[in-house]
Design a binder for this molecule. Structure first.
Ligand SMILES: *Cc1c(COP(=O)(O)O)cnc(C)c1O
Length: 373
């Protein structure tokens, strides 16, 4: 047997350690500045992130959930949405996508994903469009861009808004356009484990719509554009100076980190050989930034235990359909998704820029040695 190794699902300490000197210097700079909110660090990061995504505007907010919530909230403020309007969204996503819709008194209409890519199934979207549909909300799940050219065409045909949940897809690109620059607006998360992760919470909205940019910024700052003048009933959702500074350091390395994720994915793709295991399907190389590497196997739980015995930690994204969650079981009434069996077969392998060659070999060997019986 291979020597015992311990491979965590994610190694945040190792990832941030690579940039520790620059992160500490940036942190000191903010401490010494005496200015901790809505300052130069935020302004610089927003400009850099907008440029990176290719969009005209980026607005820092407190987290990814707020980014989603504030965009929908702004469209309500503009009269483009009303309570009860329908938002078409996939059934396999992180819960925040759904919370943002419900928070705005809108109705999430759950549809199936394409079983190959785990992104929105176009035919399922088309079938779900009703009189009350106002928004299509594609989630670029696991880091792979949704079929955006087709989604945008469908949205134009039916006069719908498109909100991208790009929380897992910083830098994913298709036809020369990055995640966050396809829809009417996009939401990013900088949760520490995301491909561009802060050292705490953070999020951003990107858009090419100048009016929307001004509105979401105001809504995240107590509805205020001028201090103590409140044009809207807003909330407190700001990306603080320390996190903006941390993100500014790490944004410069995002592309090289993505290249390292792609090299892990390539290694898995070339070396995992197992008749009972299906590897993730990739539309084009640039469209996937490998936030997660999700395989599928009919004996998933046994495979997970087999890998755990060999020191390899894997997770499941996500173990339950939204409608199977107690708090959201009501959504089953309006759901158009057939309960996809994929929740029982998917398994996420460790993938991150600092995952070493020996670790990758160990993982592949352990998988190839798996016997279901
Ligand atoms: C992480 C994530 C979010 C929420 O981001 P937070 O910063 O944790 O609020 C939303 N949608 C998806 C798909 C995510 O993965």
């Amino acid at each position: 047997m291979t020597q015992m190794m311990n491979i965590p699902f994610l190694d945040l300490k190792g990832i941030n350690h690579e940039y520790a000197d620059q992160l500490k210097a940036a942190c000191s700079r903010v401490i010494d500045s005496g200015w901790y909110l809505m300052g130069r660090e935020l302004e610089q990061f927003e400009a850099a992130f907008a440029e990176y995504c290719g969009s005209r505007h980026a607005i820092g907010v407190a987290n990814g959930l707020d980014a989603l919530t504030l965009i929908l909230r702004a469209w309500k403020e503009q009269g483009k949405l009303q309570a009860g309007d329908e938002v078409i969204v996939q059934s396999n996503t992180f819960i925040a996508t759904i919370s943002a819709i419900l928070e705005n008194d809108l109705a999430p209409i759950l549809v199936d994903v394409d079983p190959a890519t785990h992104n929105l199934d176009l035919e399922a979207v088309e079938r779900a469009i009703s009189e009350k549909t106002r928004v299509i909300l594609p989630v670029h799940l696991y880091g792979q861009l949704s079929p955006m050219p087709q989604i945008m065409a469908l949205a134009h045909k039916h006069g719908l808004l498109v909100l991208e949940d790009a929380a897992q897809a910083h830098g994913a690109e298709l036809a020369g356009r990055k995640a966050g620059n396809w829809g009417d607006a996009a939401a990013f998360s900088f949760y520490p484990g995301k491909n561009l992760g802060a050292l705490g919470d953070g999020g951003a909205i990107t858009t090419n719509d100048a009016e929307l940019a001004i509105l979401v910024r105001a809504l995240g700052n107590y509805g205020s554009r001028i201090k103590y003048q409140h044009d809207y009933q807003g909330v407190n959702s700001r990306l603080d100076e320390i996190q903006a500074a941390m993100l500014g350091v790490k944004l410069a390395y995002l592309d090289s980190d993505t290249a390292r994720r792609r090299s892990v994915a390539r290694y898995y793709g070339e070396h995992i050989r197992h008749p009972g295991i299906t590897l993730p399907s990739v539309t084009t190389a640039s469209a996937h930034v490998w936030h997660l590497y999700v395989i599928s196997c009919p004996w998933r739980d046994r495979l997970k235990a087999h890998l755990a015995e060999r020191g390899i930690q894997c997770l499941v994204h996500y173990p339950l359909a939204i409608t199977e969650q107690r708090a959201y079981s009501d959504l089953a009434r309006t759901s158009k998704a057939s309960r996809a069996p994929l929740h029982d077969s998917i398994l996420s392998l460790p993938i991150y820029p600092t995952l070493g060659e020996e670790q990758q070999q160990h993982i592949v060997t352990a998988i190839n040695q798996f016997t279901a019986h």
